[in-house]
Ligand binder design. Sequence first.
Ligand code: DC
Length: 224
Amino acid sequence: MSIIIAIDGPAGTGKSTVSRAVAAKLGLEYFDTGATYRVAALHCLREGVNLKNEDDVTAMVSTMNVEMRLDPANPAVILEDEDVSRLLHTDTISLIVSDVATNLQARAVLGNMQRHLIAASRKGAGMVVEGRDITTIIAPEAEVRVLLTADDEVRVARRAGDGADPATVREAVLGRDRKDATVVEFHTAADGVVQIDTTYLTIEEVVLTVVRLAKAQLAEEASE
Ligand code: DC
């Protein structure tokens, strides 16, 4: 018996923190699909590929050698034998990653990689997988599907750490969403997807809600 918990939503909804905590609590793998787009952007940047050239980006993404480590206690992204996890959340990557995310050919390649990892986790207990199109396109068959949302200003404020340039943060959250939303819908819950508005909730409250949904699902499966 395995369980896939798919969690979608825009930037600044607490998605990564919640997904990782739920995976740790339930003993599941944790897969941040955004990291597959980010590592692709980093690889293209390093190889000097023009991010606007869709064919070149797709060719680069198809041949890059990436390993995703899915332990929620120590998730990591290995690119060509180098742990690049710490390089993926810089402003540089956040501001260019939409060029990869809006490239439909590159999305297809990365989507296949994601589906393989999700299918492999079925051999074990399962996984929590977060992104933008997991509940709808990548794993619509997931046993638990959740969309996290929050008011725009709250999302920007959550990302604006000490010393961060407000205009850069705003662009990296709202500007990026606008671009990404041209290829995937992640502001409105699809049929069967539970929407949780996190604007006034703590991380712990959101984690508890998702864990409850998962436990209800597991209990239902056990009784069948
Ligand atoms: O969640 P994140 O900020 O790390 O995502 C990085 C980028 O990848 C973001 O611009 C949206 C995109 N993305 C996507 O299009 N589909 C996914 N399943 C995950 C992320």
